[in-house]
Design a protein around this ligand. Structure first.
Ligand SMILES: *[C@@H]1O[C@H](CO)[C@@H](O)[C@H](O)[C@H]1NC(C)=O
Ligand SMILES: *[C@@H]1O[C@H](CO)[C@@H](O)[C@H](O)[C@H]1NC(C)=O
Ligand SMILES: *[C@@H]1O[C@H](CO)[C@@H](O)[C@H](O)[C@H]1NC(C)=O
Ligand SMILES: *[C@@H]1O[C@H](CO)[C@@H](O)[C@H](O)[C@H]1NC(C)=O
Ligand SMILES: *[C@@H]1O[C@H](CO)[C@@H](O)[C@H](O)[C@H]1NC(C)=O
Ligand SMILES: *[C@@H]1O[C@H](CO)[C@@H](O)[C@H](O)[C@H]1NC(C)=O
Length: 245
């Protein structure tokens, strides 16, 4: 290979490699290259691409988009305070891009001393989840049924009644059904809400719902790739100029 060609190849590889890293440095502070220093919150090491954001803040100048962490009473939570999701982070596995989180808000349901009455959760844990986080296929699912009437006897023996009674039940979905979904777990006359759980190997006892929820489930994450580049501009940048056609 001619030396000049080699230089070209090497430099374009370098450009390809460094571009996403530059993009990750959202609003880089100029010297840190966009990486926040590692911080311990409780016993969880919060490092790049994650970053701690102060309460009420909506941005910091390091870390990657979507990887904000709130550290509250030495407990790390994913997302902004009052944001879309509020998962407690139990562990982050930087080596394989995954993390263990618990949907602890769901534990506030099934509270028999709640003045509003004992109630079952009404939304799936993963409802608000989106890029860059994905539910891992390694998780099982704790299903909570809220039925308008008692389920058929044949189903009844697979279900565990919740502390709320009034036709609300737990069941653990060990795996997808043949169609690749959970359709075989839906019961006529019952609403079904799904909470991913790790559950470990073997059969999971749905009676231990508190432990199952607090032991958390696996999320995987994907680092943002370079967003599409804006069209090349010649001359001065005018805000809103590209909106008029
Ligand atoms: C946290 O992780 C970072 C990056 O892996 C490492 O450099 C740092 O020493 C760790 N800090 C602690 C307190 O474990
Ligand atoms: C990543 O590694 C951790 C620690 O070895 C492991 O517990 C976890 O299951 C792995 N995550 C995935 C998605 O395989
Ligand atoms: C249950 O509700 C009572 C009354 O509102 C409250 O004091 C208690 O902290 C709740 N328990 C849980 C685990 O949320
Ligand atoms: C079950 O669903 C009904 C109708 O949505 C609701 O009124 C009731 O509170 C739910 N039961 C529990 C225990 O959450
Ligand atoms: C909850 O999750 C199940 C299984 O993925 C899905 O079939 C169902 O539509 C979801 N329900 C809501 C209200 O999002
Ligand atoms: C499930 O756990 C409950 C309470 O921990 C226990 O009473 C019950 O026998 C267990 N069921 C099975 C099938 O192991």
């Amino acid at each position: 290979m001619a030396p000049s060609l080699l230089v070209l190849v090497v430099s374009s590889v370098w450009t390809a490699l460094s571009l996403p890293l530059m993009m990750l440095g959202v609003a880089a502070d100029g010297e840190g290259g966009g990486r926040c220093p590692p911080v311990l919150c409780g016993n969880v090491n919060i490092s790049f691409p994650f970053r701690i954001v102060p309460e009420q803040a909506t941005d910091t100048n390091c870390g990657a988009i979507g990887f904000q962490v709130q550290c509250s009473n030495n407990t790390p939570y994913l997302g902004f305070y009052g944001g879309d999701y509020w998962f407690q982070i139990l562990n982050i596995f930087y080596g394989n891009g995954s993390m263990l989180v618990a949907d602890i808000r769901k534990l506030q349901d099934f509270n028999i001393s709640d003045p509003r009455g004992c109630h079952a959760p009404t939304s799936n844990s993963t409802t608000k989840l989106g890029y860059p986080f994905y539910n891992s296929p390694a998780n099982k699912n704790l299903i909570i049924y809220n039925c308008t009437r008692g389920p058929p006897t044949a189903e009844r023996e697979r279900l565990v009644e919740t502390v709320c009674h009034s036709n609300t039940f737990f069941r653990v979905a060990e795996s997808f059904d043949k169609s690749g979904g959970y359709s075989s777990y839906f019961l006529a006359g019952c609403d079904a809400v799904f909470i991913p759980v790790l559950g470990g190997s073997g059969k999971v006892n749905a009676s231990n719902y508190k432990e199952l929820i607090s032991d958390g489930f696996l999320l995987t994450w994907q680092l943002p790739s370079s967003p599409p580049l804006p069209p090349p501009t010649s001359g001065k940048f005018t805000p809103g100029a590209n909106k008029s056609v």
